[in-house]
Design a protein around this ligand. Structure first.
Ligand code: HEM
Ligand code: FPP
Length: 298
């Protein structure tokens, strides 16, 4: 009897772990972080905790559901790539029906929370973001063009706009600047990974830039988008949205990013591409943290 209960508890824990993994938790965490900064930047003072809580939960649920839909649509290619083969759908630990139900309930709950406790504008923008990633990017762009992530990156860049809209019920130039930072950051972020994973993408027939146009062309594009990122990252300061603390942080973060990207362009290695990819995540986390610190301290 006791053994049966223990087994059932273990099975339930395993089930929860699988559904959690479907939400791509670490990516969703950074997405939600940028959304929260969008909320906090939207007001000179403190934002009401009810709006903060409802928006965070609503956006997190919608983002997790979008990731789960992506896993559902891509389970076959996920099963063929070393990086993704342990995902619960690829291993068969959760079924297609369970995933569909989970993603629908989670996404529906997220949108309902946003509509009811935040505002309809945020709900509609989040729905558009959801469709942009789960349908436009995953179904149409990803298998069709090496520019998939440039266009699809618009969905990943939306969270600060969602956060801003949650607080102000509007979209403003400051929110667009934060959008632009993530939008310009996405190509170096993804192509650094796609370079050292290019054989896997080629094997599953995904037309990622290193597969279709080769190493040197991809490196040049990483470099060009990083230059755009550097320019865009100074906009919060030049528009008077942020002060010296942000400026100093952006300079340091940009110098390091350019150092990696130029190094990669001159002497490519998988190890340096991996370091650049990892640094891209640190870069985005810190530049958004700097926006926030500057907002409250300077
Ligand atoms: C179309 C846009 C994007 C593409 C194609 C992309 C692609 C990827 C890929 C392929 C990985 C590796 C995941 C893994 O190994 O499981 C990854 C990791 C990651 N991405 Fe992105 N990404 C995009 C946008 C974003 C955005 C907008 C954010 C956050 C604001 C983000 C944050 C992260 C984080 C935190 C990781 C590390 C995950 C981990 O360590 O498990 N990405 N990205
Ligand atoms: C608020 C809201 C609805 C946000 C949705 C936007 C969203 C979840 C963007 C995530 C971007 C992402 C995980 C890209 C991974 O690329 P990939 O899917 O090509 O990577 P993979 O090869 O690891 O599956």
């Amino acid at each position: 009897m006791q053994t049966t209960i223990v087994t059932q508890v273990e099975a339930a824990k395993m089930g929860l772990r699988n559904f959690y993994a479907l939400c791509k938790p670490r990516v969703t965490a950074l997405i939600v972080f940028t959304a929260i900064i969008g909320m906090l930047m939207a007001s000179p003072g403190m934002v009401s905790w009810q709006i903060l809580l409802a928006s965070t939960v609503g956006i997190a649920f919608a983002s997790g559901a979008a990731a789960a839909f992506n896993c559902l649509i891509e389970h076959k290619i996920d099963a063929m790539m070393a990086r993704t083969r342990a995902r619960p759908l690829a291993t068969g630990q959760v079924s297609h029906m369970e995933t569909l139900l989970f993603a629908s309930v989670l996404g529906g709950a997220g949108l309902t929370i946003l509509y009811t406790w935040v505002n309809p504008l945020t709900m509609w923008l989040t729905l558009a973001t959801f469709v942009g990633y789960a349908v436009i990017y995953t179904v149409f762009l990803k298998p069709a063009t090496p520019m998939n992530i440039v266009i699809g990156g618009a969905s990943g860049a939306m969270p600060p706009i969602l956060g801003w809209a949650a607080v102000n019920n509007a979209v403003s130039p400051e929110a667009l600047v934060m959008f632009l930072i993530i939008f310009a950051w996405t190509p170096p972020h993804f192509w650094a990974l796609a370079l050292y994973r290019r054989e896997e993408y080629a094997k599953v027939g995904m037309p990622m830039l290193p597969v279709t146009h080769g190493e040197q062309f991809t490196l040049l594009h990483i470099l060009l988008y990083t230059v755009i990122l550097v320019l865009v990252s100074f906009m919060p300061y030049s528009l008077g949205m942020s002060g010296w603390l942000y400026l100093a942080s952006a300079i340091v973060l940009n110098v390091v990013f350019m150092y990696y990207v130029i190094g990669l362009y001159r002497h490519y290695s998988d190890a340096l591409a991996k370091t650049t990819f990892k640094y891209s995540i640190l870069y985005l986390s810190l530049i958004f943290a700097a926006l926030l610190l500057d907002h409250y301290l300077v």
